[in-house]
Design a protein around this ligand. Sequence first.
Ligand SMILES: Cc1cc2nc3c(=O)[nH]c(=O)nc-3n(C[C@H](O)[C@H](O)[C@H](O)COP(=O)(O)O)c2cc1C
Length: 147
Amino acid sequence: MTQVSIFVGSVYGGAEELAFTLAEEIKSNNHQAQVFLPGTVNDVKNATHLLFVTSTTGAGDIPAELEALYLELTNQFPLLTDIPYGIITLGDSSYDDTFCGAGKKIDVLLQELQAKPCIDKLEVDACEDFEPDKPALIWLECFLKTL
Ligand SMILES: Cc1cc2nc3c(=O)[nH]c(=O)nc-3n(C[C@H](O)[C@H](O)[C@H](O)COP(=O)(O)O)c2cc1C
């Protein structure tokens, strides 16, 4: 049984709702899951498996609460050597260059902290998928196989 720590960034609640759906699915696969809104550096350091679920706001920005954690991680720079992680980003391709920018920023930071991507990140485009659950649950199946 694996514990998955889910860190959430959401503006209007879509990513947050998705995170709780994913946590239930993880638990129904006989693993454990905890949702952090958004959690602390210690929560990240103590995690055995990381999952970031975030929307994108502004111009490719991370939602405010998760951004605070992102900045603390950037400042404290705790090495997360080989901790496996996955990322699901919600975005909208009509934002062109900044499409799913939040997930891209988190991906770069986690790699700098030496965490290990266990699967390619998922970018959910609101123009194509009004409900993010469907692509996210398909992606989660692959993520769970890596646990
Ligand atoms: C003010 C605003 C700015 C946004 N900026 C971006 C952006 O730069 N890039 C992107 O891919 N999506 C952007 N989006 C789209 C949201 O990320 C997308 O609608 C997401 O599903 C919202 O999820 P949430 O309910 O968790 O906040 C923006 C949406 C709003 C309302």
